[in-house]
Design a protein around this ligand. Structure first.
Ligand SMILES: Cc1cc2nc3c(=O)[nH]c(=O)nc-3n(C[C@H](O)[C@H](O)[C@H](O)COP(=O)(O)O)c2cc1C
Ligand code: SF4
Ligand code: SF4
Length: 264
């Protein structure tokens, strides 16, 4: 039995899920591969022959990240595979992120055997949690992750009915709203302040190879707004214009270390 877990993560919530699934499967002596979606060549079809295939990703602006949608468009699997999506979110719900990927996969004749969701602390810089609140959300998310991991390991099925045209139309409307939100985010420019010491951590954790070092980080135009750079900068140097960096509490899932998020 072979499992492939494709994930996209900025601050480690998704990697924590992937690691949790892997741990349970390894205990059963099953082969598991963790594959960051951002390391794949998405200009061509991707064929997977794994028996169990998971797609794990965050909710951005009420939908799935653009790179995960591109991945879903390219994925080809055997009709016998157990395919699951696992969308997580920061409190606004992961329904839109789930349906956007399920729709793309079903257009490619891939039947999603089950879908999972978990609420995590939001990695958005807009949210500030007290330590107590953060701990409370993390402990609730762990209950959800454990429950979902059990279902994934046991290959529990819960196939969603194929979406009808009314559902798709209403998704199109919310898609227009989330595109507007996404566009709004894209216009927010991330920059380093004078605290930057040129350590290059931001460039290493950027899943999109969007940061080049030239003494200080230079941002290119391929940002997914994953906030990995902002949350992992040891100097709290990165942020948007007018962002209050002094009060900013960086976030990374406690079960993930910064090295696990580095791609280079
Ligand atoms: C740009 C951006 C947009 C987001 N939009 C939403 C949203 O619409 N709804 C929501 O519940 N969470 C939203 N979040 C929160 C993330 O989905 C959540 O924190 C997720 O677990 C982060 O996963 P990661 O740690 O694997 O990167 C957003 C985060 C970012 C960075
Ligand atoms: S991680 Fe922070 S301190 Fe290091 S290079 Fe990037 S902005 Fe500068
Ligand atoms: S530049 Fe920062 S926010 Fe944008 S993709 Fe890279 S790490 Fe994520």
């Amino acid at each position: 039995m072979k499992t492939e877990l494709y994930y996209f993560t900025g601050t480690g919530n998704g990697l924590h899920i992937a690691k949790s699934v892997k741990e349970s499967l390894v205990q059963r002596n099953e082969a598991v591969e963790l594959i960051p979606i951002n390391t794949l060549n998405l200009s061509q079809s991707l064929h997977s022959s794994a028996n169990r295939i998971g797609i794990i990703y965050p909710t951005y602006a009420m939908t799935a990240p653009a790179i995960v949608k591109r991945f879903a468009e390219k994925l080809r699997v055997s009709s016998k595979s157990y395919v699951f999506t696992y969308a997580h979110c920061g409190g606004g719900g992961a329904g839109g992120a789930t349906s956007s990927i399920v729709d793309i996969l079903s257009d490619n004749d891939i039947i999603v055997t089950n879908t999972f969701q978990t609420r995590f602390p939001s990695n958005s810089t807009l949210f500030k949690y007290t330590d107590e609140k953060l701990e409370s959300i993390l402990s609730k998310s762990e209950v959800s992750v454990k429950e979902n991991v059990r279902a994934i390991v046991d290959m529990v099925e819960n196939i969603r009915p194929k979406s009808n045209s009314l559902n798709r139309a209403s998704r199109k409307m919310s898609g227009i709203f989330s595109s507007a939100l996404e566009n709004h985010l894209q216009f927010k420019v991330i920059e380093a302040n004078d605290n930057c010491n040129g350590c290059s951590v931001c460039s290493k954790v950027c899943p999109m190879e969007n940061i080049e070092m030239n003494g200080k980080p230079q941002f290119k135009s391929n940002c997914e707004m994953c906030f990995a750079c902002i949350n992992n900068c040891p100097q709290k140097s990165l942020g948007f214009k007018k962002m209050n960096r002094k009060d900013f509490k960086p976030y990374r899932h406690p079960n993930v270390n910064v090295k696990e998020l580095m791609y280079r």
